[in-house]
Design a protein around this ligand. Sequence first.
Ligand code: 4AD
Ligand code: MG
Length: 467
Amino acid sequence: MDYRRTYLRDLLKGEPGTTVDAYGWVKTRRDSKTVSFVQLNDGSCFADLQVVIESGTLDENVVKQLNTGACVRFTGELVASQGGGQSVELKAKEVELFGAADPTTYPLQKKGATMEFLREIAHLRVRGNTFGAVTRVRDRAAWAVHRFFQERGFRWIHTPIITASDCEGAGSMFSVTTALEAVPTAEGSKYVLRQSDPKQDFFGKPAYLTVSGQLNVETFAMGLTNVYTFGPTFRAENSNSVRHLAEFWMIEPEMAFCDIVGDMNLAEEFVREVIQDVLDHCAPDIEFFNQRVDNTVLETLRHVAESNFERMTYTEAVKHLEASGESFEFPVSWGMDLQSEHERWLTEKKVGRPVILTDYPKEIKAFYMRQNEDGQTVRAMDVLVPRIGELIGGSQREERLDVLEARIDELGLEKEVYWWYLDLRRFGSAPHSGFGLGFERLIMYLTGMKNIRDVIPYHRAPGQADF
Ligand code: 4AD
Ligand code: MG
């Protein structure tokens, strides 16, 4: 056995008459008097290989064990397929059962499993149609992300996961500490404090899981010009929403000598190109999502890959929302942070395609955003898309040392923590911009999946850290 086996993806394009080995897991088996049909899948593509077993050719005891979930190798001859669907099927001559799956206890049976149930068996769900397709799309999209940036000369920077500074200044961070120890008790376990002084803790100061790689990646833009980071980020938002995770992946490009207009241009080109790449390379998976999950996915993606995004300021957006006549749960007024219901109305009802909002009130945005001349707003830009709401958050950065320091003071943040970030403004400062795209939100958009927990291998959310 060698990894250079032929995957089912390639066998399905094979020549009738050739003898091949087919490895995979049984999706289903159907028996008639003279023949059994097995649908075999190895995850290399959406389609299954149909294996035809004429009675008498294989050991009946083994055939009986070819239940859903069993892992097997067939050797046989590719023959032209009788039915529609595939062009070839496999006429089995030999079988090797690697692992049986007892049909009375195997949890991933053929039909009717809800997404909630599948989440409880997240270690097995990748063998099913939906999560297999999600995983292939996710893989392709990640590849397309790297391709997009690498083709444009952006360098991939591996920013740290453990940090001592809060990038977004929102305080929803997880602590990283060795000060606590879990000890067993009669009820389960409890924490015991080993010591309470951060100076005595592992890093000699309070440390956290990063909420964003932006601050670190900015330092590399101030030397390599165009860079990006793509990795896991963490937020302790106690939110049970279908759009938030406690651990999610973010893509954050950062560009020196680029203003907010260039930032928006990059964001738009980026989203459209990744969508086109996935359409080009995952057609059968997207077709499945379109048929079984959301019948608008294909049309939406094709449309978005070709159309320009609308651009409007926050102030204009608020005016549209106020004039909309909709009764929102959260009434709209200038200065408020837009809620998902507002974002969705703007992109779905008002514009009917992605929209980029700019120039938000400074009070609702992070400390590092460049202030506008009006003293009220900052050069922020959010990309909103139908069904998801906010897909991207970004901005031009404040490159003026005095303005940035004043803002940090005004917000009561600890200037000492940001000393190195301020150094970038002290020595060779440059206008620069960047953004962050939530990778799981992009996957939701690409697949039509409704819950963000179903587009990541193992979801982390309040009360949820299984597997
Ligand atoms: O808008 P955010 O908070 O922006 C930043 O973190 C900036 N530092 C990015 C930058 O300019 N380099 O987050 C960026 C994106 C959001 O638009 C959203 O798509 C996603 O990250 N996101 C989440 N995705 C899943 N679960 C969460 N809890 C998320 N929080 C943000
Ligand atoms: Mg945001």
